[in-house]
Design a binder for this molecule. Structure first.
Ligand SMILES: [Zn+2]
Ligand SMILES: [Zn+2]
Length: 272
């Protein structure tokens, strides 16, 4: 197996997953993974316009309690990281900073799930704009957010927005959005932040992983070295999914190593 970890996994501690943390771990171990990291959702100030109040507020203490139990069961067989997928939001900078400071996570993914108080998952986001406007607004918002908050290890699914556009990725390329993507990549590199390779896009009907292989290549050209790999699985069937596509993208971009974080420190693994 070329990639031995899955560093983006959710369990029922995330409001949009129904699978227990233990079931996720059992399946990951059955698949032969040597390291997994749970990255449950924590989104402060999430506007619950469609109900489900508190859905993305993590019960961090219960999560840690369960994780430590399952981690001990797999000692010596598979490492289990204690991570979080933290929602970037300009009015949550202080809450995010305090939260991360007060918890000893192994790995922090920063992800943008909202733009201008709207969740692009719902079609309303694209109702009054073209896909191009919607994508540009998303990239600009990532840039604005990471300029305000940096206590994270890796930027999650940089082109997540493309999943939800009317045309999805049919008219989407790195070149078309380079002027908005390059500043994000340069900022990540300057601040020693990683870029996540997330395979969920393929399960959502896209042709490629997040980010597009050309973006991954550009990150490397600019000097980026920290790429993590995750499936963003919310159930057992998605764990380590489409890793063949992840390998292809890494190879295309010229990476010989990927990395995993424990204790907020990157450990490099050679791609074999
Ligand atoms: Zn996410
Ligand atoms: Zn996720």
């Amino acid at each position: 197996m070329g990639i031995i970890c899955d560093t983006h996994m959710h369990s029922s501690f995330s409001g949009d997953s129904k699978t227990s943390l233990r079931d996720m771990a059992v399946r990951a171990n059955d698949l032969g993974l040597k390291m997994i990291c749970f990255t449950e959702h924590m989104d402060f100030n999430f506007p619950y316009l469609k109900g489900e109040e508190g859905m993305f507020t993590l019960n961090t203490d219960s999560y840690l309690y369960e994780l430590l139990k399952v981690r001990s069961e797999y000692e010596g067989k598979m490492d289990i990281g204690y991570g979080v997928e933290l929602g970037l939001k300009e009015d949550a900078v202080r809450q995010n900073a305090i939260y991360i400071k007060n918890h000893e996570f192994d790995y922090v993914i920063a992800s943008l799930h909202l733009v201008n108080e709207m969740d692009p998952y719902y079609p309303e986001y694209f109702e009054d704009k073209t896909d191009e406007e919607g994508y540009v607004t998303y990239f600009k918002s990532i840039y604005d957010n990471i300029n305000k908050f940096q206590n994270f290890d890796c930027l999650g699914h940089i082109d997540y927005i493309v999943r939800y556009g009317k045309s999805k990725d049919t008219d989407y390329s790195y070149n078309k959005y380079a002027e908005y993507i390059d500043p994000i990549l340069k900022f990540l590199i300057e601040h020693e932040k990683g870029l996540e390779l997330n395979t969920a896009g393929i399960r959502k009907g896209l042709k490629n992983v997040h980010p597009l292989p050309d973006i991954l290549k550009r990150y490397r050209e600019l000097g980026g070295e920290l790429v993590t790999i995750g499936s963003d699985a919310h159930d057992t069937s998605a764990i380590a999914s489409d890793y063949d596509k992840a390998m292809e993208a890494l190879e295309y971009a010229g990476f010989k190593y990927y990395c995993m974080y424990m204790n907020r420190i990157a450990e490099f693994k050679k791609i074999v």
